[in-house]
Design a protein around this ligand. Structure first.
Ligand SMILES: Nc1ncnc2c1ncn2[C@@H]1O[C@H](COP(=O)(O)OP(=O)(O)OP(=O)(O)O)[C@@H](O)[C@H]1O
Length: 361
């Protein structure tokens, strides 16, 4: 397995620049997710790493070898990169073992050698004993595991996964997340996993590269992305975060600050000291909000909607000072909370976004 380095990679199709200066260093054995909304360039990045596309500028290195540069392009078959696609495309007329071992036979491996490698790969994905099954007699999750084994049998330097769970139902997706994590642990592979599903990326990845309009917006651990999102896009993309206008009142060198949020002064965390009076964007998750215990402090709001979520309620409120803004919180019991009623909302610690757009300097 190998380290993967993307060094200021850019890609244009004609006049359209799809990727701009993307630099990512994936450690040997790391599980990296590339996350972003539709059209942000994830698939293009994967195709560049696999060698299906050429870079416009920048460099891609796998292990010690430069595989892509403007004047150098190692073809896909010489990169030792395994790819698992969304549609696992198993051959229906072949058994599981034949599907997994096909590439070895094509490369001229003996029957015994192939059988041994296939058994090893099926063992890693937890399908030992399934050699003679037909793919039609497997569940969707098992088929995806056969696709993983087929990739693993080629001893790749790197495994690329392109939204491999997108075609599976919700329940299966959750159990497959565990399968992928297990697979990663047992195989020790360096894995790059493309997804637009933040929950999937958070559950599995060591680090997540968030892409926004062709650029790398942040590269961080799941916890860091959640707690310290670098941009508004990340704050709202991860975990249903809210991004609210606030005013800096006071900030300390240790990253603590107080901001004015509508009619309340609230504590927050920030990356650097900022001048009082400055307009900022505050990122908050629903679990930071709760009905004010004393009914007097907190942000004055009115309840706009109440939704039962099974065991708890989701409360949507509009601050009185910003009636078109919506805040969301969860409560176990509604008590006196009802649509149209006044509600004071206590605000726990939020995060002042360091790179907010559209704010006066
Ligand atoms: N061969 C091409 N020629 C021109 N434009 C392209 C080409 N391939 C991709 N694009 C454009 O590049 C942008 C990024 O596409 P890409 O498929 O990489 O995004 P994505 O993040 O994978 O999206 P999705 O999640 O919808 O698959 C899009 O605007 C797309 O239209």
């Amino acid at each position: 397995m190998a380290r993967l380095i993307l060094d200021r990679v850019s890609k244009s199709f004609g006049d359209v620049q799809v990727l701009q200066d993307v630099s990512i260093d994936v450690r040997d054995g790391e599980f990296l997710a590339i996350l972003g909304p539709s059209g942000c360039g994830k698939t293009t990045l994967l195709r560049l790493i696999a060698g299906f596309e050429r870079v416009t500028s920048g460099e891609i290195r796998i292990g010690e070898k430069t595989v892509s540069a403007p004047n150098r392009h190692v073809p896909p078959e010489d990169r030792q990169v395994g790819i698992v696609f969304q549609s696992y495309a198993l051959w229906p007329h072949m058994t599981v073992a034949q599907n997994v071992g096909y590439s070895q036979r094509v490369l001229g491996a003996s029957k015994d050698e192939t059988r041994k490698k296939v058994a090893e790969a099926l063992g890693v994905v937890g399908l030992g004993g399934f050699e003679d099954r037909s793919p039609s007699k497997l569940s969707g999750g098992q088929r995806q595991r056969v696709a993983l084994a087929r990739c693993l049998v080629q001893s790749p330097n790197l495994v690329l996964l392109d939204e491999p769970l997108a075609n599976l139902d919700v329940h299966l997706r959750a159990s497959m997340e565990d399968e992928f994590s297990d697979f990663h642990r047992r195989s020790g592979s360096t894995m790059v996993y493309i997804t637009h599903d933040q929950a999937e990326a958070m559950a599995m990845a060591d680090r997540i590269a968030v892409m926004d309009r062709g650029r790398l917006a942040q590269l961080a651990t799941p916890a860091e992305l959640h707690d310290r999102p670098a941009t508004e896009m990340i704050a709202s993309f991860i975990g249903g975060g809210m991004v609210l206008d606030a005013e800096m009142l006071a900030s300390e060198a240790d990253g603590r600050c107080v901001v004015r949020l509508y009619d309340a002064d609230v504590k927050a965390r920030c990356a650097r000291r900022q001048a009082p009076g400055r307009l900022v964007k505050l990122a908050l998750y629903p679990n930071a909000l709760s009905p004010s215990a004393d009914g007097r402090s907190g942000v004055a709001c009115h309840v706009t909607k109440l939704t039962y979520l099974g065991g708890r309620f989701r409360v949507e409120v509009a601050p009185d000072r910003a009636p078109s803004t919506r805040l969301f919180l969860h409560v176990d019991e509604v008590g006196g909370i009802e649509q149209g009623a006044a509600l004071r909302v206590a605000v726990g610690e939020g995060w002042v976004i360091p790179h907010a757009e559209g704010l006066a300097a």
